[in-house]
Design a protein around this ligand. Structure first.
Ligand code: UT7
Length: 329
């Protein structure tokens, strides 16, 4: 019998309307449009405004977009894996909230927290439930409301992040299309360079932690940059080598959008020209778990059945990895 692969059969996405431009950041902190663009490639990012709105609200819009395009009932979804670093609450899982809000009442699900690599972790997890035959329709979501954990007095970090999210539908395929391979890595010693200091079980929230702004992202940008450039490029090269992929037969690189310079370094390592690299960082910044599905969402129209696609990501943890997909439609 032909092996069952998990094929992506639909993509959805959503970015909030509000645009936080570099010009606006110039008014909020000591920075310039020139510095931000030359160091990161970012021109603007989207921000979710409105009291009481969280990551689930972004995800629900992306899910609705997918279900409407595909023409399927939310009740057909059997499982939801949600990759997020900004869950609506510490518990319950944001996946549960999304199921409720989007009417996916027959699904079960949970959250995956692997920072910026979360979407490829979740994709690999979701694909296992398809490959074993356990489920026929699995939704994998990557979403973040990064503005909820951003200190806009920290010019080194806040300028790169934005809000947004996307999702993909996984269904079984026996013709050789779908998720073919993935390499996933973690190195917990990297946590010192990128983390949230308080709000977890080690340092629960107190008046003091709030006063000290310890519930925001703490990032040592240069250190993270060095690890990201090397590891994202290495893992992309590794997945190419073990699947006999070349610059000629890879149709697209879908890289995590943290910094244009990291994306370029990864593409160079793969010998890929810029035309084969999905990049929307200039418009959305770094949406953490949202970057990869948002790229797939925007480029979906250009993808062809049989395209070899490499996803690559690097993030807090440290976590990193790459996934090889043979596009199914
Ligand atoms: O999403 C996954 C994980 N995250 C990443 O992959 C992010 C990786 N890191 C980066 O992308 C970059 O490190 C940043 C974009 C965050 C920062 O860029 P950088 O080129 O590493 O800047 P830096 O922190 O080394 O700062 C260089 C200089 C400093 O000035 P001095 O000390 O040389 O005088 C900073 O104070 O630039 C200054 N600077 C700024 N100037 C204007 C830092 N931030 C800003 C700013 N505007 N926003």
């Amino acid at each position: 019998m032909q092996k069952i692969h998990a094929a992506i059969t639909a993509v959805g996405g959503y970015v909030p309307e509000y645009r936080l431009t570099n010009a606006e950041l110039e008014k909020m902190m000591d920075t310039t449009d020139e510095w931000i663009q030359s160091r990161t490639g970012i021109k603007e990012r989207r921000i979710l405004k409105g009291e009481g709105k969280g990551s689930s609200d972004i995800a629900v819009e992306a899910v609705k977009n997918l279900l409407e395009k595909k023409g399927i009932d939310p009740k057909e979804i059997e499982m939801v894996v949600c990759a997020t670093t900004t869950p609506d609450m510490q518990f319950p899982a944001t996946a549960n909230v999304i199921c409720d809000k989007a009417g996916m009442t027959n699904a079960w699900g949970y959250d995956v927290n692997a920072a910026c690599s979360g979407f490829i972790y979740a994709l690999t997890i979701g694909s296992q439930f398809i490959e074993t035959g356990r489920h026929k329709k699995v939704l994998v979501i990557g979403v973040d409301k990064m503005s909820s954990i951003m200190n806009y007095e920290d010019r080194k970090t806040s300028i790169i992040f934005g809000d947004g999210g996307g999702c993909v539908l996984l269904e079984p395929d026996t013709e050789g299309y779908g998720i073919i391979d993935s390499i996933l890595k973690t190195d917990g010693s990297g946590r010192i360079y990128l983390h949230q200091k308080a709000g977890g079980s080690v340092k629960p929230a107190t008046m003091e932690t709030v006063m000290n702004k310890e519930h925001f992202v703490y990032q040592e940008g240069q250190a993270v940059f060095k690890f990201a450039v090397k590891n994202m490029a290495d893992v992309a090269a590794d997945i190419m080598a073990r699947n006999n992929l070349t610059a000629e037969n890879v149709a697209w690189l879908v890289p995590h959008q943290a910094n244009k310079r990291i994306i370029t370094a990864t593409a160079d390592r793969m010998n890929l020209p810029a035309e084969k690299v999905m990049m929307n960082i200039e418009r959305y910044g770094n949406t953490t778990n949202g970057t990869l599905p948002l790229c797939l969402w925007e480029w979906e129209i250009k993808l062809k059945k049989g395209d070899n696609i490499v996803l690559a990501a690097f993030g807090g943890g440290f976590t990193w990895g790459a996934t090889y997909i043979r596009w199914a439609y």
